[in-house]
Design a protein around this ligand. Sequence first.
Ligand SMILES: N[C@@H](CCC(=O)N[C@@H](CS)C(=O)NCC(=O)O)C(=O)O
Length: 449
Amino acid sequence: MSAANAAASAAASRGAALPELKEKAAEVLHGVEEYLPELKEKAAELKHEVEARAAGLKMTAGAKVAALSEKLGPLGSRLKAVSKAVIERSVMEIEAQIEKVDPRYVTREDRAAKGTTVPGYHPDIDLTEAGCSPTDLEFYYNEVSANSLKTKVALAEAGLPFVYKHIALTHDGDFETKKKPFLTINPSGTLPVLVHEGHPVYDSTEQVKFIGERSARGLYPAGQKQLIDEWLHIGAMEGFFVGDDAVDHIFDSLGTCFPWISIPMFLWDEAIRSKGELARLVFTGRELAMANLLLGYFGVRVYEDAVLTIGPKHNDNPFVQHNVWHSLRKGIESHLTHMESQLDASGGPFLCGAFSLADVSIVPFFQRASITLWLDELLPHFPVAAKWWDACKARPAYEEWAPKYGGPNAPHMDVAAMQQWIREQRASHPKFDAVYKGTYPEFTPEVAC
Ligand SMILES: N[C@@H](CCC(=O)N[C@@H](CS)C(=O)NCC(=O)O)C(=O)O
């Protein structure tokens, strides 16, 4: 076949195939048309997702976690429910053990049924039947409790005569705050409590105001009450919260950062506790220390999980998910900046010029940040706040309020050993170190593993 013939025959067969091709094309086109609305919808969805991702950079931690939970679907919530149930069961079993060895112990359920106390002074409540003095000012406190420290600083600065009543915290293994005698004084089962001539004042913020109003030393001057109340709010840890908006709370007040900066201390305590409690149990016969052993037995190592095991599985960690570790140092820095501008405005050396309840409110944060080594990291950047802290410690009342660690009321608190331990953990756990340095990476559900 000549080339011309071949081309003509190809054209002829194409021509013959043309109607068929046209038919096919129409079919496809029809299909596309039919599919078009769906395609458009998909494109719109995609656009929406892209926009959402861009906005995600500004998303709150809560929204990010919600998005992650949605991805995990029912499996995620089931896992959460199961782990919550396991912890609940452990706590109940521990409580049953404690009740068995000490009938004065009141379980969480029974305590909850009795309700909680209302903050403030209660002249209508008479605690003399419960053994409180009808004439003294009594201070129920614990050497390691930060809320107790706030009231202790106020008492020491006020120069009012008072009587110390040391009470063991749950942490100490005696569960004194959860037993009948103390629960008669404070049904909420917390410290501190101030009892004035047999009548209680509940809540540390209300206690310092009560003290300030009765002291002749100008701790709560009438003309500065509003400003001082603001600083009492800044120092209070009431807003402390682990949840969707944990980070907002961190930025809300210095007091809400307090429990977070204390975690290295609890972590150290948890690390030494298993051995220490066993020794105490054997050598001193303090039977309730067994509850702490049970905590270990049930594998409840709250702080270790929260901080030290921030490793490959770190995205399961609620502290990480809520971006607490990412934000903590930035939050503290913002409060210290605020504090420095207040000191500039007042002219110092204290927040309202002369020493007042505003300073009392902030002292516990600095004291805890000092023993947990946060101040070493922060104060070089905040010279005005550093000067304020030195001025607080230079006051005559300091000797009175400084916590008596290692003494009979806080024997387990070996601060030097704890600090050594914290340094070692920071050296061997880069993420723990990053928490201190403020370089902990932000959590985003997109990088969840
Ligand atoms: N809002 C209260 C909080 C009191 C509070 O939570 N105290 C802790 C110690 S700082 C406590 O007593 N916990 C019970 C326990 O550990 O046994 C206040 O400021 O007085």
